[in-house]
Design a protein around this ligand. Structure first.
Ligand SMILES: N[C@@H](CCC(=O)N[C@@H](CS)C(=O)NCC(=O)O)C(=O)O
Length: 199
């Protein structure tokens, strides 16, 4: 194996956060773009749970949680505050985000109620972003792909909400060079083809 392998899916916010850490550090990986309904056999062999991202290291270690990939790549130990925001994002916010975006996939879900519940997190995040101490780059990268997904669902509505700090923070992240590299389009990986690198 010439370098670690990253199984990724361009539009997945978990994969985005992992790729951001890779772009930031120029951590060398072979990038394998996955189509979720046609997951590569090798990926399923090393990580039967079948979610992306998955990072396979040269020593055979498999890291199959996006946050753990970030922690490995960035050599990042979460502070108590970072842990707090990530838990709120990954548990509370993502729960409501999924129900807001895809209400038909769940029973008895009102999408506007879910939007309001998700907004409680965004209002708190707004207050945090407005404080004097900035979020660490790693934490910011771990969170913004999910806020992007929420924002994109109804951008006109999102843009007129009273979360000015969130709007500025999100725009800055989306316009960043690192995010542009992270979002480059790659065609579906097929076994046997020449390795793709993205940084
Ligand atoms: N806890 C995992 C979640 C990853 C995840 O759910 N990824 C989605 C794509 S955004 C996925 O692979 N879904 C396929 C499935 O659940 O079958 C992580 O942080 O890496």
């Amino acid at each position: 194996m010439a370098s670690p392998i990253l199984y990724s899916f361009r539009r997945c916010p978990y994969a985005m956060r992992a790729r951001m850490s890779i772009v930031r550090t120029e951590f060398q990986v072979e990038l394998r773009e996955v189509v979720l309904r046609d997951r590569p056999e090798h990926m399923m062999e090393i990580s039967p749970k079948g979610t992306v991202p998955v990072l396979l290291l040269e020593d055979g270690t498999v890291i199959e949680e996006s946050l753990e990939i970030m922690q490995h790549v960035l050599d990042w130990t979460l502070s108590e505050e970072e842990q707090h925001w990530i838990s709120r994002n990954d548990d509370e916010f993502k729960f409501h985000l999924d129900r807001y975006k895809y209400p038909n996939r769940y029973e008895d879900v009102d999408e506007l109620e879910q939007r309001t519940l998700a907004s409680a997190y965004l209002m708190d995040l707004d207050e945090r972003l407005g404080s004097e101490v900035s979020l660490s780059e790693a934490l910011s990268d771990a969170l913004f792909p999910f806020v992007r997904q929420f924002a994109n669902h109804d951008r006109d509505w999102f843009d007129v909400q009273p979360w000015g700090h969130v709007l500025v923070w999100l725009a800055k992240n989306l316009e960043s060079e690192a995010f542009k590299v992270c979002m480059k389009k790659h065609k579906q990986w097929v076994a046997g083809e020449a390795p793709t690198r993205f940084c």
